[in-house]
Design a protein around this ligand. Structure first.
Ligand SMILES: C[S@@+](CC[C@H](N)C(=O)[O-])C[C@H]1O[C@@H](n2cnc3c(N)ncnc32)[C@H](O)[C@@H]1O
Length: 235
């Protein structure tokens, strides 16, 4: 299958938004793993005085994780899907959290400008048409020394990682997606992970994009070898 991109992908997320929170709640560790990745940013002082960006915030699951790690920060949360943002808007957020409807490719047009002390992107990079261009945008928005945290399905590179991912998709993700009426989006999820960088490949991509102190950290549970946190700093 061809992967979904840009407006087509945003429309698929608009349609999936109503069932998204229910489906991810059925995924063991989904929220705990997001919180773990956000903590791995090691933001000081509970985020006091910091300005953070949550890129591809969806229904706000990653925003909530960032908020748990940095309850005193100002957080700008951005997404290309109006439907996902509408779900985020039904939740309670402190005054320091704001949501913006924009694709990462057009942040400036939507008034999202730097500098930021940290950027968090959960399950975004696999979905963008130009990951290197997006990393360049992220670097331009970060202060020197600013932190990047990426939480992503990026396979570990062993045959077993790919086999487990495909088994989970065939057995659970694809049937659940079909039942929810979002078969194309969940097929995109499966294939986009298979076709995306391995974890070490994405770490190399971050280094090539100019990030320093890049580290790849694993997740517990069935996601071991499948979901990773990537952290790095802008130079
Ligand atoms: C799998 S969801 C993850 C949402 C959230 N970060 C979470 O952890 O639950 C991916 C999100 O990225 C958004 N997205 C995909 N491509 C995007 C782009 N080019 N610009 C902004 N958001 C994008 C989608 O609309 C979707 O809400």
């Amino acid at each position: 299958m061809t992967l979904l991109h840009d407006a087509e992908l945003a429309a698929a997320f608009d349609h999936a938004a109503l069932s998204y929170d229910r489906l991810v709640a059925a995924n063991p560790g989904y929220h705990a793993h997001l919180r773990r990745s956000a903590r791995r940013l090691r933001l000081p002082r509970g985020g006091a005085g910091l300005r953070l960006l949550d890129l591809g915030c969806g229904t706000g699951a990653s925003t909530a994780a960032l908020l748990a790690a940095a309850p005193h920060a100002e957080i700008v949360a951005v997404d290309a899907s109006a439907g996902m943002l509408a779900r985020a808007a039904t939740k309670r957020w402190p005054a320091g959290v704001s949501f913006v409807h924009a694709p990462v490719e057009r942040l400036a047009d939507a008034g999202v400008t730097g500098p930021f002390d940290g950027v968090f992107a959960a399950y975004l990079f696999r979905n963008v048409t130009d990951p290197d261009g997006t990393l360049a945008v992220v670097r331009s928005l970060l202060k020197p020394g600013g932190r990047l945290g990426v939480h992503e399905y990026a396979l570990g590179g062993r045959a077993v990682d790919r086999a487990v991912w495909t088994a989970v998709c065939r057995g659970i993700v694809l049937p659940a997606g079909r039942l929810a009426g979002d078969a194309d989006l969940y097929r995109h999820l499966w294939r986009s992970v298979v076709e995306f960088d391995t974890a070490s490949g994405f770490a190399d991509r971050l280094r090539r994009a100019g990030f320093a102190e890049v580290r790849v950290l694993p997740m517990p549970g069935w996601q071991t070898g499948i979901v990773h946190t990537f952290v790095g700093r802008s130079r």
